[in-house]
Design a protein around this ligand. Sequence first.
Ligand SMILES: [Zn+2]
Length: 126
Amino acid sequence: MKGFSNFLRRFMQGRYGTDKLNMTILGAGLILCLLVIFIKLPILDLVLTLLSYVLMFWALFRTFSRNTYKRYQENKKFLRFLDRIKDKEHRYFDCPRCHQPVRVPRGKGKISITCPKCKEKFIKKT
Ligand SMILES: [Zn+2]
């Protein structure tokens, strides 16, 4: 058992491991897997099975990936996306010129937004 844990430690060295995005992908894959048990439509359950495999392989790929910087960036993007969904008081837009994310209060109707980075003005409905 000691040999195996040493092997595992060496194998995982320099690899990314897991994060919130991975747990979400894996969770979605498992839920799809369970759904397939209850869905008895011939083509749909095949599609869902394939999709659940794709999701689980994706999670495995991310776990064993050596490109930790890229995986870290993906997770960061995902966490930012979650924050935006949870934030009910603001809306987020990307500046049309420099793609800087801009946060504005929700429910103010049509407003003119000035990008804090490049000062570009654009009109959006909040
Ligand atoms: Zn801008």
